[in-house]
Design a protein around this ligand. Structure first.
Ligand code: SF4
Length: 394
């Protein structure tokens, strides 16, 4: 593991980022200031997953090594693993690929975990499993299993198609497969469910609203919304998850009355520490004057998306994949959360002779070398070369 960690460091470490951190997360050269959030980038779960994936490739150098989907939601990291010969299997091809594996093959389970159904199939093929599931994700599994055991339906705040939520949903069925779950994403979803909890409603309309991927097989809102336990995807926006919990609790109390209500409702906040730290750090960064915020990370990364949502409420915020998205001082390619697409925008915020302060943060799946590229790109576009930045940091 020591050798592996050294290799991972050479791929993803950044001396420049470490120096900026050590100087109070800020560097100013000329009229350009870059402020980093206190906490950003790789979390402990991601670091462990990458280390284990690298180690698997090294230890099983003579075997085929497969990865279920992506190790984390970052293109650069996944590309690196592919270059090392790890075969990434897209979600849509999981079952047919697993069916071809033998006991000579190795399967890496990503940090998000995998559905119980897939784990069973892999075990039936006799493959060697390198399970990098984050401990914080496993805590959520423990909680929803407990709900199932005690006859509570899990209401999971998350994205039904996200790997982690799929894995969690499969555990919410319980060890005997008899448990139930419902996945809610928006507050509108939650209000709809709350209305049904309070007064019932049109069963068919309910089932139409929540696709089969968002509910357990046989889910019946007339039967399965009586006793509910709330959990969430580990990377959700904390304030929103708290609101989801509050609204559902109130609906159950309204339905059953205060005494019975408490017996029919359970909640467990399963947002992980790393997600919370990154959100809190961004709030801290936003308390300082900034002209623009850049959020660096994979467009399909849940925790990164929520950082963008927080930033957008206060100032011009651009969700960029890599430094190359900064085409010029005015032209930025970025992901628009509302359009759910990458687009090109023009902003005058970085241009001009006057002083500019740029905030930068990144989600838990973004390596420091990509942050360094972004910092240097910003300075470069402002006419300040890498040597000048390094000189300032020395
Ligand atoms: S974001 Fe949280 S749950 Fe996901 S890998 Fe990191 S620590 Fe684990």
């Amino acid at each position: 593991m020591e050798r592996v960690q050294a290799e991972v460091e050479t791929h993803y470490r950044s001396v420049i980022v470490e120096k900026i951190r050590a100087r109070g997360h800020t560097v100013t050269v000329g009229g350009t200031t870059v402020r980093l959030a206190r906490d950003f980038g790789f979390c402990y779960g991601v670091e462990r997953a990458i280390d284990l994936a690298y180690a698997a490739r090294k230890v099983f150098s003579d075997r085929r090594v497969y990865l279920l989907g992506e190790i984390i939601h970052n293109q650069e990291v996944n590309r690196q693993l592919t270059e090392m010969g790890v075969i990434s299997v897209p979600i849509s091809e999981h079952e047919e690929t697993i069916a071809t594996l033998t006991n000579e093959d190795v399967v890496i389970v990503p940090a998000f975990g995998a559905e119980t159904r897939l784990m069973k199939l892999i075990s039936e093929r006799g493959c060697m499993v390198v399970d990098t599931t984050c401990g914080d994700v496993m805590s959520v599994w423990k909680r929803v299993r407990q709900y199932a055991k005690t006859g509570f339906t899990s209401i999971i705040h998350g994205k039904a198609s996200h790997e982690e939520t799929r894995a969690t949903s499969s555990r919410a069925m319980g060890d005997d497969g008899m448990g139930n779950y419902l996945v809610v994403l928006t507050l509108a979803d939650v209000d709809y469910v709350c209305d049904y909890i309070r007064t019932g409603g049109d069963r068919e309309a309910f089932l139409q609203r929540f696709p089969t991927s968002a509910r357990s097989v046989g889910f019946d809102p007339d039967l399965h919304l009586t006793r509910v336990g709330v959990a969430n995807q580990t990377t959700m926006l904390k304030s929103e998850t708290e609101e989801v919990q509050r609204r559902l609790q109130q609906a159950v109390l309204d339905r059953h009355g205060p005494e019975e209500g408490v017996k029919n409702f359970q909640v467990f906040d399963t947002i992980c520490g790393a997600t919370q730290e990154r959100q809190d750090s961004l709030f801290g960064l936003l308390r300082q004057p900034l002209d623009v915020l850049l959020v660096v990370g994979g467009y399909n990364s849940s925790n990164t998306t929520h950082l963008v949502e927080i930033g957008e409420q206060q100032l011009p915020t651009f969700f960029i994949r890599t430094a190359e998205c900064l085409k010029s001082l005015e032209q930025i390619v970025h992901f628009d959360l509302h359009l759910k697409a990458e687009k090109e925008s023009y902003s005058s915020k970085l241009a001009g002779e006057g002083a500019v302060t740029i905030g930068i943060t990144a989600g838990a799946s973004c390596p420091n070398n990509l942050i360094e590229d972004t910092v240097l790109r910003v300075f470069g576009l402002r006419g300040i070369d890498e040597a000048a930045v390094r000189a300032e940091l020395n």
